[in-house]
Each structure stands twice: as C-alpha cells, then as structure tokens.
Design a protein around this ligand. Structure first.
Ligand code: BGP
Length: 481
C-alpha cells in the first residue's frame, strides 16, 4: 500500500456528457423526425425492450431540477448536444425554431448561473430523417445544411457556450450505417461510407471556419472515440494487422480533424482496393487543412487488440477493414460483460501520450469514459439508492492513470463521465445504466447514486486518495463481489 492524494490541475473540468436524442425527449417545441425515430417506427424490435427516444430522460421538462442535480454531483461543466431536428423542425433546413432557441437559451443561461460551463456539441448521431433521405453525409447539400445549422447556433448561443464541438464520434455513424448494421439506414458499402466520412470531415472544417468568423471567445473542436491499438504479439504479421486497424479506426478522423491531412498509408490502401471516395476537390482539401480542431475531446472506453487473420477473405464479400485483421481476445482480460467491452485503465494513459507525442499536445480532455451496468436495482439499498462501488472503482482507476498522464506532461484539462442521469443508449435503450444519478423509468424519479456522492467529493477536493502501487497492476475484481 502506498496511499497518496492525487491532485488535479487548478480549474480542472469535472463533469459529464450526454446528447439531445438520448436525454431530452421530444417535448412540445416542434422537432423534425430523426433517423432514430424513423428507424424505431420501421423496426422497433431492434431496440432493447422496444423503448424509443420519444421520452427518454425527459430533460426538456425537467432541466431546472437536473441542473440542481448537476450541482449536487459536483459538476463545474457539462456537455450537451443541440438537436439539429429541433432547431430546424421542417426537415433540418428552412425556418429556425424560436421555441428551440428559447429552450436552449434558458438551459444554458441557467447552467451558467449555477456555475456550470456549457460544452455544446453540434452533432451526436441525430440526423433529421429527411436529410438522410437526401443522402445524409454522402450529400454536399446536407453538409451545407449542417454548416447553416452550426452557424445559427454560434449566433444564437455564442454568448453562453464555453466550448463548441462539431461532432461526437464521427466514426460511429460510419461504422453503424455503412459497415456494421447498428445505425439507420443499415447500408453495407465501404465506399459510400468513405464518401460520408470525407464529407463529415469537410463539414467539421466548414463549421470551424464559420465559428472563426464569429470571433467568439470559445474554442471549437471535436470529440473522437479513440482506443489505443495493441497487437497480440510482436510477430510482424500481428504488428502489421494492428497498424492497419489503427489506420482505419484511430487515424482516419484524428489526422484530418486535428492535423488537417489524411494519413497517406490509409488513402494508399483504399486506392489499392478501389475504395477511395470519388467526390473530393482540391478546394475541400485546402479547407480541411486550414480549419482544424482547437480542442480535442477523447472518449475512452476500451482498448483495441488485434491479431493477423487466421482465415482467407471471401473476395466476393463486401470490402471491410476486417479484411486485414481480426480482433484479439486477450486471455485474462477484465470485462464489462454487460456492454461487452474490455476494461483496461492504462489505455487512457496510452491514449493521452499518443496525443501528446503525435498531435502537438493539443489541449484535450476526457470527454467520455464510463461503465454501463444492467439491472442496477440489484444494488439498491433500502432508501432506493444504487450503491455502485464498482463505478467508483472504475472512475478512480481511470483517473489515476489520467493523473499520471498529466504528471508526464499531457495537456489534459478535464474529465467528463458518461453519464449524468441514466439515459437512452440507442439500440440498447435503457438496458445498461451509466449515470451518477439513477432514473426510475416509470416515474422519472431521479436519485443520486453512491457514485454521484463520490463525484461531488472528488470535484470539491479536486482529487482523491489512491494506492499508487495499483498503477502498475490491475487486479480484476469489480462488481460488488
Ligand atoms: C458513446 C456515445 C454515447 C453513449 C456511450 C455509451 O459511444 O457517444 O452516445 O451512448 O458511447 O455507449 P452505449 O450507449 O452504446 O452503451
């Protein structure tokens, strides 16, 4: 045992994040149909227990109470997303919705009044369905509609927002919609996905250009889901497999959005396999080069472990990144079985060091990290409080490695947990609960979990006591056993 107090830099951002579609509920302001609402109408059986995003955590009606809960759980900052469909209820374009402006202005004003910095994200998987019908991110018109939406937000809310983000996890919709069948409209087509990815990067650059024109005090950046990639072994075939997986999943958005250029190895590979997007102009590339992220959010949940493929690829099957590698299931790994994700705390350190060493030590923060657990009622005490010691352990173990990364020179400004109050998790709906505050779905009653009380202490003391010897070992036991 070697207990030490791990103290974080002054003014560290303690908070959490969620998104409009996952928490607001439809409300009465008027809102265009989103791809999630459309998909639910078409295939409700794809959603856990057939729960849609109609009501979710009903934040739109309860935001004042929720802001009090943010304070009670130690938030000095919080990330929301602004719903494009709510701002432009006709079909994502046309006239702006005054009722949506009033809602977001009231929400942000109240957050600021209560000492909670507003981190506003412009896109979190929630495309207006009619714009998806026009091609979604495969369409230049949709890029222009997004930039108009972004520009409107800068003008309407620029005085209230501390930092802006163009996208949350832009890789997610590409994987979900074009490669892995977990987002509407469930296309399997790499080349179309590559075009959509390219236009997402272009939309990011154009939104940054629009933000610069407004000359706001805030910074603008992007939030990426990044996993450090580990080969199974030092065998050259495993190393090559890991290098290619890393290009597809980590460098694909990180390089163009932060450095302004696409990795040559990736574009070379796509060219060789005839998968490069066709609609790319020199003007696009120049815009991307000039307008890069000023701040970077890092969503970290799990490492990526990879090995060389065992079997040959079916040349008649659709092209996929997995043509070049297979996931490696590391013997002895620690799992969050509910979500199927490995828990590897040191990965947060490796990720931060990558950003320090290879991306100019850009100002960054952990924008998501967290543990979704099913049936948390099991852990309720007689007063109805969830005693989630496993979540407290998870947070501390990750924060200890984050502290070490900062100690080793990483430019990390904060930590945001996923999430604040249990919210709707896309196709998993309310299966896994992530919150510092539990939600009774039937009554919408909110109750602070034990982790919420811990988070308040953590934020108040800007640190916590930790057995620093644990930084070199991981022991495995988590769930209240
Ligand atoms: C991230 C998303 C969030 C959130 C979280 C947890 O990838 O940005 O929206 O949902 O993951 O994942 P899930 O909800 O799939 O369990």
């Amino acid at each position: 045992m070697n207990k030490q107090t791990l103290t974080f830099p002054e003014n560290f951002w303690w908070g959490s994040a969620w998104s409009a579609e996952q928490a607001e509920g439809r409300g009465e302001t008027g809102k265009a149909e989103t791809v999630w609402e459309r998909w639910y109408k078409q295939e409700p059986y794809r959603f856990y227990n057939r729960i849609s995003s109609e009501i979710t955590t009903d934040h739109i009606h309860r935001y004042k109470e929720d802001i009090q809960l943010m304070k009670a759980t130690g938030h000095n900052s919080f990330r929301v997303s602004i719903s494009w469909a709510r701002m432009f209820p006709a079909d994502g374009t046309g006239a702006v919705n005054q009722k949506a402006i009033t809602f977001y202005r009231d929400l942000f004003t109240e957050m600021n009044a209560q000492g909670i910095k507003v981190f506003a994200n412009l896109y979190h998987f929630d495309m207006p369905a009619k714009l998806q019908d026009q091609g979604g991110w495969e369409s230049r018109d949709v890029v222009e509609a997004y930039v108009h939406f972004a520009d409107t937000c800068f003008k309407e809310f620029g005085d209230l927002v501390y930092h802006w983000f163009t996208f949350n996890e832009p890789l997610g919709p590409i994987l979900g919609s074009y490669l892995e069948d977990f987002h509407y409209p469930n296309i399997i087509d790499f080349k179309r996905g590559a075009q959509a990815a390219f236009f997402t990067v272009l939309a990011h650059a154009k939104a940054i250009a629009a933000h610069k024109k407004q000359q706001l005090q805030s910074k603008i950046g992007v939030i990426l889901n990044l996993s450090p990639t580990f080969p199974r072994s030092q065998n050259p075939a495993d190393i090559k497999a890991a290098e290619i997986a890393d290009l597809f999943y980590t460098r694909s958005f990180l390089d163009p959005m932060v450095k302004g250029v696409f990795p040559k190895k990736l574009t070379g590979l796509l060219e060789e396999y005839g998968q490069l997007p066709e609609d790319i102009t020199e003007t696009d590339l120049a815009l991307i080069k000039e307008n890069t992220a000023q701040i970077l959010g890092l969503n970290y949940y799990e490492p990526r472990r990879v090995k060389a493929r065992l079997s040959a690829v079916n040349p008649d099957g659709p092209f996929l990144p997995e043509w070049f590698f297979e996931p490696h299931i590391m013997p002895g790994r620690k799992m969050n079985e509910y979500r199927g994700w490995e828990i590897y705390e040191k990965g947060i350190y490796d990720l931060c060091m990558d950003i320090k060493n290879n991306y100019g030590n850009i100002e960054a923060f952990i924008s998501e990290n967290g543990m979704g657990v099913a049936d948390e009622e099991r852990f309720m005490d007689e007063q109805g409080q969830v005693i989630d010691d496993y979540r407290i352990t998870y947070i501390k173990d990750h924060l200890a490695y984050l502290w070490k990364a900062i100690d080793d020179g990483c430019n990390i400004k904060g930590y945001h947990l996923w999430t604040f109050i249990d919210c709707w998790s896309w196709i998993n709906a309310y299966k896994n609960r992530y919150g510092l505050v539990s939600l009774d779905l039937a009554t919408q009653k909110r109750t602070i979990k034990k982790s919420g009380e811990f988070y308040k202490q953590l934020s108040d003391s800007n640190g916590f006591e930790y057995d620093i010897d644990l930084l070199v070992s991981t022991d495995g036991s988590y769930l209240n056993d």
